[in-house]
Structures are given as structure tokens and as C-alpha cells.
Design a binder for this molecule. Structure first.
Ligand SMILES: Cc1ncc(COP(=O)(O)O)c(C=O)c1O
Length: 488
């Protein structure tokens, strides 16, 4: 097992356990103080409170730990840095070496040096390939000809990654997908030669089916976020970040089942303990925060989120043990912030990234939980982990992003039902440079007067300042309005 072998492996490399422990012991508390003292902390109480709302004020490396004993000793962690180093060598032939590039526009807009690592450029569209290839290679080494095949329950990126690398490496792959899995992903997995089984109403039922099949057919189950070789594969991203941006101050990582952040944080904190590692999860599925609170992985409430790749209700136990050892803090983003991040990447970088893949950037956007004074001027790396977004969903995300940006605004205005009533309103909209996208009458629902009518408008604007001016102009002209009725 990964958990018990790191010391002997390092002995083989000529290192003593003590050397390794000192290499890996996180010095995050010291690092945090250094980081924070480099920039003045906000004196604005309201703003500070606002940020803390979506940040887990829970034990992590830089936050007080109520009970040190509940944390695993470094040498018993399921994944250590030597596992990641081995994975890096093992997978380098079959994985894209993505390059961290500084984003001019985002750096300007956020007041930080933002480096983007485009993991969505992997062949199947996500970082999951790193872990999948590492896991299959390890099983091939260990089981040789007796490896009958691998199996996973997944509706998304892990399924694609396993199917593709299984085909590349000549290992049969079975993927169990729930009936709700997008057809595009089902077809793609089939094209990679995987055996596809559609079973279960949701991923939990698909997993139960896969586990039964596993025993029956003597297959090996590969968990997409919790198997140690999967975590080690994801950790290779951390090594590449250190190679490309040695002056990195912070890395901001999306969290689903926790494997990605476990691997990246282990690599980063080993190579540069003073670098901060932040996790970001959707507020609609805050399972890492729930696990921190409980001291162990527990089910978190889940609502449908644009970051579907991160909607894992319970984080993996191995991933959690590693991540909580290294990660500084985990924050949450809402759906509005996620859609804005996807929009910013399309508009500024011409990059199509799925909601989960853009969660790191979402946390850094103005008003987001990591838009903090101490982050300004820092070198911040943001892995963009996946780009598998359905075209129809992408359309909706862009519309929501435009709405979040006040570039698409809806409102109701009450106008006279006599000739010219609507013309006067549209005249004002034209004078205000508001481009009408939709407009329609709603006669039946207004009860003020029979000669009044409610008009619903959707207009295209230039942003918040333009929207504020239009709202004021409508009020000044005496229109009773309901401004942005469906926004939060
Ligand atoms: C695009 C994307 N980003 C991030 C993650 C998070 O990875 P993990 O589940 O290992 O936390 C996932 C998980 O599937 C993902 O698909």
C-alpha cells in the first residue's frame, strides 16, 4: 500500500526517514504569517466579514487546530512526495506537459500576477488523465498478465480519462455510467473502446453496480479521486507549477472528491512550504468544508451546480487525510461567480473551460472570497482543470455570466396601455443606449388599473455603471419598475 511504503522507497533513493520528514513537514503557519505581513490587511470590517462568510473558518494548516492528535502523522499519509515524483516519471510519455502562462488581462483586472495552467488541453479534456494513466501503469506493474481489466463508475472526466488511457495501454476498461450521464460523454467513452454500462439513477447506484461487477468479473476498481495513484498523478501538476513559476506565492485549486488538491498541495508544500494552497468548492456542494467540520468525510448537502465535476457529496478519505495535512484554507464560490469565471476565460483568453475547471478563478474575481488585500501583487497559479462542457450548458453559463456582469439586465416597467405607452419606454431605452433583447406585455397580472400594462424587458448594457444609469433614468421618468426580479 502507498501508506506504508514511502520510507523504504526513500531509503532506496538514499534518503533517511528524518530527511524526508523535514522536507515534508509543512511550515505553513510561519509561511502564512510571512505572506500576510507582506501586504496590509483590510481595515474594512464589513468587507472582511463578507469574505469570511464563504471561507471555512475551520482547522487547516494556517487555522487553529482543536485537536492535533486527530491528524495523521506525515509518514502514515496515503500519498507522499516520492509517490508524486514516481508518477511524474511514469506518466510523462502519455500526458500533455501543460505550461503555466501569465494572463495579461486577468492580472490587470485582479491586481495579481495570474498564471493559468491549461489542464483542459489534455486529450480527453481534463487533468484526470494524469491519475488514470498512473493508476493503470501501477496496476500493470503489480498484476502483470493477471490484470483482467479496470472498472470505474463515473459520468464524466474520470470515465473519459480511464477509457482513453486503458485503450492506449491495452488494458480493458469498463465504465458504469448512470442514466443521467450526458450522451456526448457516453459516446466518447465508447469511441475509446471502453465497455459502457448504463446503470443506476445516479452515480451512487452506478458505483454499487460497478463494485458488484468488480467481484464477479475479477476487475480492479479505480476510484477517480481517492485511490493513492490517482492522487499522486494529480500531484504532478504541483511539480510542473514549481518548474514553470518558481516564484509562485499561491495556488488556487478546485475541490470535488479532494484528490486533485491532495496531490497538488503535497507537491507544492514539499517543494515550497511558504507557498499558500487554497481549495475552492461550490457552495452548492461544500463537502470538504463539511469534512473539516466533522473531522472526517461526511455527506454534504448537494444542489445542482454549474461546477458539476465538483459535485461529490463525500470527499475521499485518503484525499482528505493528505489535503488537510497541507491545505491552508478552503473557500466557497456561488453559481454567479462560477459563471462569471467561465465568461472571463472565454472573453479574455479564448479558453472554453467547464464550471468546475474555472472555480479557482471564480474565487479570485472582484468580490470573490480570495479577492483579499494580501493577495494583491502576488504570483498566483490557477489550474484550469477541465473543458468538458456541453454546448447547451455553455450557452446558459454565458447568459448567466452576462447577467452577473450587468451586461444582460431584466426588469418590469409599468406603462400606460394607451397608444404610445410602450413607444415612450422604448424611446427612453434608445436614448440610454440600451439594446432591447426581449420585450413583452403582461396584461393579466397587473391589478393597479385597467389602462396600465406591465412590460417585461431584457436589455443588453455595458455593465454595472450603465445599468445603474438606466435604472435611475427609468425612476426619474416616473416608471414604476421592478429591477432585476430574478437576481439574488
Ligand atoms: C474539471 C474538474 N476540476 C476539478 C475536479 C476536482 O477533482 P477532485 O475530485 O480530485 O477533487 C474535477 C473532478 O472531477 C473536475 O472534473
Amino acid at each position: 500500500m502507498y501508506a506504508t511504503r514511502p520510507i523504504s522507497r526513500l531509503a532506496a533513493l538514499g534518503l533517511k526517514p528524518r530527511d524526508v520528514a523535514s522536507l515534508q513537514t509543512p511550515r505553513c503557519a510561519v509561511a502564512h504569517r510571512q505572506f500576510a505581513s507582506a501586504q496590509p490587511v483590510s481595515q474594512d470590517d464589513d468587507k472582511t466579514d463578507d469574505k469570511s462568510k464563504s471561507s471555512s473558518k475551520l482547522p487547516s494548516n494556517t487555522q487553529a487546530r482543536p485537536d492535533q492528535d486527530q491528524y495523521m502523522k506525515l509518514e502514515s499519509l496515503p500519498v507522499v512526495f516520492s509517490d508524486i515524483s514516481r508518477a511524474k516519471v511514469a506518466i510523462r510519455e502519455g500526458i500533455q506537459r501543460t505550461e503555466c502562462k501569465k494572463s495579461f488581462f486577468l492580472s490587470e483586472a485582479l491586481g495579481m500576477n495570474i498564471f493559468l495552467k491549461p489542464e483542459f488541453r489534455q486529450f480527453t479534456g481534463s487533468f484526470k488523465e494524469r491519475g488514470a494513466r498512473n493508476a493503470i501503469l501501477k496496476l500493470m506493474r503489480e498484476q502483470g498478465a493477471s490484470l483482467k481489466g479496470v472498472i470505474a463508475a463515473s459520468a464524466g472526466n474520470h470515465a473519459l480519462a480511464l477509457a482513453y488511457h486503458g485503450k492506449e495501454l491495452g488494458v480493458p476498461v469498463t465504465v458504469v455510467m448512470p442514466v443521467v450521464a450526458p450522451m456526448a460523454k457516453v459516446d466518447k467513452c465508447r469511441k475509446f473502446g471502453a465497455r459502457i454500462m448504463i446503470e443506476g439513477a445516479h452515480i451512487g447506484e452506478a458505483k454499487t453496480f460497478a463494485e458488484k461487477l468488480c467481484e464477479k468479473e475479477n476487475l480492479t476498481y479505480v476510484n477517480g479521486y481517492d485511490d493513492p495513484p490517482i492522487i499522486a498523478g494529480a500531484g504532478t501538476i504541483g511539480c510542473e507549477i514549481m518548474e514553470d513559476v518558481p516564484e509562485v506565492d499561491a495556488v488556487v485549486v478546485p475541490v470535488g472528491g479532494g484528490g486533485l488538491i491532495a496531490g497538488i498541495s503535497c507537491a507544492i508544500k514539499t517543494l515550497k512550504p511558504e507557498c499558500k494552497v487554497f481549495g475552492v468548492e461550490p457552495a452548492f456542494c461544500a463537502s470538504y468544508t463539511a469534512a473539516l467540520k466533522a473531522g472526517k468525510p461526511v455527506p454534504a448537502p448537494v444542489q445542482n451546480t454549474l461546477a458539476d465535476g465538483l459535485a461529490v457529496p463525500v470527499v475521499g478519505p485518503h484525499a482528505f487525510e493528505v489535503a488537510r495535512h497541507y491545505v491552508d484554507e478552503c473557500v466557497q464560490v456561488d453559481e454567479r461567480e462560477i459563471s462569471l469565471a467561465v465568461l472571463r476565460l472565454i472573453e479574455n483568453e479564448k479558453m472554453v473551460v467547464e464550471g468546475g475547471g474555472a472555480a479557482g478563478l471564480a474565487a479570485l474575481l472582484p468580490g470573490g472570497p480570495l479577492d483579499r488585500p494580501e493577495m494583491k501583487g502576488k504570483n498566483v497559479v490557477v489550474p484550469l482543470c477541465g473543458g468538458n462542457i456541453d454546448t447547451t450548458v455553455l450557452g446558459r453559463v454565458i447568459e448567466r455570466g452576462l447577467a452577473a456582469d450587468d451586461r444582460l439586465v431584466n426588469f418590469y416597467a409599468e406603462v400606460s396601455d394607451r397608444p404610445g405607452g410602450i413607444a415612450n419606454l422604448t424611446q427612453l431605452l434608445a436614448e440610454m443606449n440600451a439594446s432591447i433583447k426581449d420585450i413583452y406585455h403582461e396584461r393579466a397580472w397587473l391589478h393597479t388599473s385597467v389602462d396600465r400594462v406591465q412590460v417585461k424587458c431584457v436589455v443588453e448594457l455595458n455593465g454595472k455603471e450603465h445599468a445603474d444609469r438606466l435604472q435611475k433614468a427609468l425612476i426619474d421618468k416616473g416608471y414604476p419598475i421592478i429591477w432585476k426580479p430574478t437576481s439574488r
